[in-house]
Design a protein. Structure first.
Length: 565
């Protein structure tokens, strides 16, 4: 009896030891990062609480779009988070970046909730814009800490790792709405309070696990694929739940069961973490596999495709000079090297990528910011527009996850450069905007599918391309600077195009609401955005043409690496 009890105690100690060790691995960092990403996408839920914000503050559409613009600025201008994570104070301490995000998240959404519920005097529009800016800006700190950690932990599968991070962030909107429907459904003001509390608490609990681990893992692709599979299962489940809720009347018990099942799926990465750790524990620290990965992670060769040795004193040719083939090797080394922000901004590649993102991300944000108002003008019910916002999160996820995984696959197997995928997604987004502008039955559903997938794709492709062209040392700062193009494009298209045309076509209703009913409210706006997306596709095609030879070298280096392994 004592022997059996001793064996059980010993087994429990071993299991506890394995779990504790696994919690200090890069797989635990990946799991913790995905859970944080699942809760911090409050900016994607603007369509849920924008009606109560508009009515409680008595805004017209242009004013609401102005508030949404500050949401876009906050959620997409992450230069401060990039500078913080690159600073000596936060080096090796990503919890500093997470904590800065948690403080902003709590303060911004709490002040917004107090204003909407009337517990403080109605603030001026400028002050509400500041609350929204602060709340949304927290997302850049969470996202930067998680994405940079994932890229540094998995440099050779950065497209897939970024796709997983960005994918779960895209899913967060649908996940948060499921939590809302299970707890305080029908009260959008409490949804704002939930956005203040939930991400803050979850981040504080999980941020100690999000760290960079230099030790390589065995079967990285196998376990990254497991995370990818979990993400796809969660997305598929959420899509079925959302569609089911829109067709059938589901009571509180049904919502609770859906929510519990979702939580079980989201906890499943724990099994992947433990399994990965048990396999990695068998790999000796000094193995050849470790040595090869250490060489691949060397600071001078961080960008994919630049594993060749080179002399740092070479007189490099700037990558914008259009140099002849004889200097091509120097151009490749320049593109793959570690740029700082100023050096990156001096290249044409940086501005081409930024302009393409302004067209694509800007028009995508303009769509999601106005999706509730578009639904109202086409006489969709509140439930239907809420379903549209939830489904947008699914399409956003599919784009983010799918483009990272697919671009990695085609880069390795077919030699297709990533900028080509940006051009393709922008062309498809143009079609999506044109479909919405048609105003035909179901056009908003069909068009939002295309626009959502393509919008999400650009958020996964842009950081991957940035890391390859400009290196990893200042990656967080550079990709967050390029992301500024998103709110800039959104401001022009959402406030100056969509909001202006809507207000021009609308009038004050008998209930005192500024509204417009009918297809004419948005048809011209979306035709303009279709043309803007098409122009962005042309810009992305120019970037593809400029970098095609660089990516040929990337493929060659990958082939050489795979042969060595």
């Amino acid at each position: 009896m004592g022997g059996k009890g001793g064996r059980e105690t010993s087994a429990m100690r071993i299991a506890s030891s394995v779990a504790a060790a696994a919690g200090r691995s890069k797989w635990a960092a990946m799991a913790a990062s995905t859970w944080i990403q699942c809760a911090v996408g409050g900016s994607y839920c603007f369509g849920v609480y924008s009606p109560v914000l508009k009515s409680s503050q008595r805004y017209d559409q242009s004013t609401l779009d102005s508030v949404a613009f500050f949401k876009d600025i906050g959620a997409n201008i992450g230069v401060l988070s990039g500078l913080l994570i690159s600073s000596p104070a936060a080096r090796g301490r990503t919890w500093v970046v997470h904590l800065a995000g948690a403080v902003q998240c709590f303060a911004g959404y709490l002040l917004m909730w107090l204003s909407v519920t009337g517990q403080v005097p109605r603030p001026p529009v400028a002050l509400m814009c500041l609350y929204m800016l602060m709340a949304a800006h927290s997302q850049t700190f969470f996202n930067t800490a998680n994405v940079v950690t994932a890229v540094e932990n998995f440099p050779d599968s950065r497209g897939t790792a970024i796709g997983i991070m960005k994918g779960f962030l895209g899913l967060s909107g649908a996940i948060l709405i499921q939590i809302y429907r299970t707890t305080v459904s029908g009260n959008p003001s409490y949804f704002i309070l939930m956005l203040a509390i939930l991400p803050t608490l979850l981040t504080i609990l999980l941020m100690p696990f999000v760290k960079v681990h230099s030790r390589p893992g065995a079967s990285e692709k196998k376990f990254l694929d497991a995370f990818s599979l979990i993400a796809l299962i969660v997305a598929g489940y959420l899509m079925l739940a959302i569609i089911g809720e829109s067709i059938w009347r589901i009571g509180s018990v049904g919502h609770t069961l859906i929510f519990v099942s979702l939580m079980v799926m989201l906890l499943s990465p724990v099994g992947v973490v433990i399994k990965a750790h048990m396999i990695e524990a068998k790999i000796p620290e000094g193995s050849s596999s470790h040595e090869k990965t250490r060489l691949m992670d060397d600071g001078n060769l961080e960008a994919e495709g630049t594993y060749m040795k080179h002399d740092s004193n070479l007189n490099r040719v700037p990558c914008d000079t259009g140099a002849e083939q004889s200097t091509h090797d120097l151009i490749i080394l320049q593109r793959g090297d570690n740029f700082n922000l100023t050096q990156a901004m001096s290249t044409l590649d940086f501005w081409l990528l930024s302009l393409a993102m302004a067209c694509g991300m800007g028009s995508g944000l303009a769509t999601v910011n106005n999706i509730s108002q578009i639904g109202s003008s086409l006489r969709y019910t509140t439930s239907e527009t809420s379903t549209l916002v939830s489904l947008w999160s699914i399409w956003n996820f599919l784009g983010r996850f799918g483009s990272g995984y697919i671009s990695d696959y085609f880069l390795r197997r077919k030699g297709w450069p990533r900028p080509m995928f940006i051009a393709l997604t922008l062309a498809a987004m143009s079609i999506g905007h044109a479909v919405i502008s048609s105003g035909l039955p179901g056009s908003l559903y069909m068009g939002s599918v295309l626009v959502g997938i393509c919008y999400g794709s650009q958020w996964a492709l842009m950081p991957s391309i940035t890391s390859e062209l400009f290196g990893l040392q200042h990656f967080g700062t550079i990709f967050n600077t390029i992301a500024i193009a998103s709110p800039v494009g959104s401001y022009i298209l959402s406030v100056r195009v969509v909001g202006y045309i809507y207000d021009m076509e609308s009038s004050w209703s008998s209930s005192g609401v500024h509204e417009c009913l009918g297809q004419h409210c948005f048809v011209l706006s979306f035709m303009i955005m279709a043309l803007v997306s098409l122009f962005g596709a042309i810009v992305a095609a120019a970037l593809f043409y400029r970098t095609r030879r660089f990516y040929e070298q990337v493929i060659y280096a990958k082939l050489q690496t795979s042969l060595l392994e």
